[in-house]
Design a protein around this ligand. Structure first.
Ligand code: PTJ
Length: 244
């Protein structure tokens, strides 16, 4: 399994991704709604020229700095993320010391187990989230049930997320980093750092940035995170997409 989707033409890359997702659906990793969510993401990606723009790269760097400067960083993984970038998640976890917790919107224990096994097969040493010990206050969905790492985390990285949990996690005082191709989504607007990029490019980019930033002191990392202006970055992203 390669870390990156092939470096070929964007069209080929997007077909590779679709293949990973439909395969993931057949293996019982991806929810049926996950296929629809991906279609929505593809539309935005076309408008971005299926490449990482300057604003996304800026957010990816800030995200890597936030994970590296955190005391208890966590990467929250759903079905789509697991199917598309399992190896990338393993490398990101290693590069940032972030724990990986499975957390599903359309939760079934069997799908959680399958996702955990798939992540392990792709290099993740330990997967959390199979036992749910805590409940995020003020959240009605299954996503409210979390394991110790997410409960204790100070920085949480989320992918393809619903706005409700982003808000609830923020209310708990955690810093939220999110990857979402829709800059207008509630999640994108509520997060502290929003990466408007395809997860297949965003995860490898964060791995590269985290490796580059290794050895940088925590004070400097914190300054980098503080200097990042999410609202401004999102406005620029929106303008870019509207211009096409
Ligand atoms: O695996 P589960 O049960 O946790 O379910 C996961 C899904 C994705 C089904 C669930 O979280 C969901 O319904 O998400 P939403 O509310 O549809 O949000 C998905 C967001 O992710 C949308 O704003 C899409 O534009 C965006 N998106 C889709 N594909 C990608 C993406 N963002 C980055 N990379 C993608 N490949």
């Amino acid at each position: 399994m390669h870390m990156f989707i092939s470096d070929s033409h964007p069209r080929k890359r997007s077909l590779d991704l679709r293949h990973r997702l439909t395969n993931g659906f057949r293996k019982g990793l991806v929810a049926d709604a996950g296929l629809i969510a991906h279609g929505r993401g593809e539309c935005f990606d076309y408008l971005l020229g299926e490449k990482t723009c300057v604003q996304a790269a800026r957010a990816e760097k800030a995200a890597a700095a936030a994970l590296l400067s955190a005391e208890n960083p966590v990467i929250s993984v759903n079905g789509n993320a697991a199917a598309m970038v399992p190896r990338g998640l393993a490398l990101l976890s290693k590069a940032t010391w972030a724990k990986i917790e499975v957390n599903l919107f359309y939760r079934t224990p069997a799908r959680e187990r399958r996702i955990a096994a798939y992540l392990k097969k792709n290099g993740v040493k330990k997967v959390y989230g199979l036992s749910k010990k805590h409940r995020i206050p003020g959240l009605g969905s299954e996503r409210a049930n979390v394991d110790d790492p997410l409960w204790k985390a100070d920085v949480v990285l989320l992918f393809l997320e619903d706005g409700d949990r982003t808000e609830a996690v923020k209310k708990m005082g955690k810093k939220v980093v999110v990857v979402d191709l829709n800059p207008l989504s509630r999640t994108a607007r509520k997060a502290d750092i929003t990466i408007v990029d395809n997860i297949a490019r965003a995860v490898p980019a964060m791995v590269r940035q985290a490796r580059k930033l290794k050895g940088v002191g925590s004070k400097r990392l914190t300054r980098m995170v503080k200097a990042f202006d999410n609202k401004r970055n999102l406005k620029e992203m929106e303008r870019l997409i509207r211009r096409g």
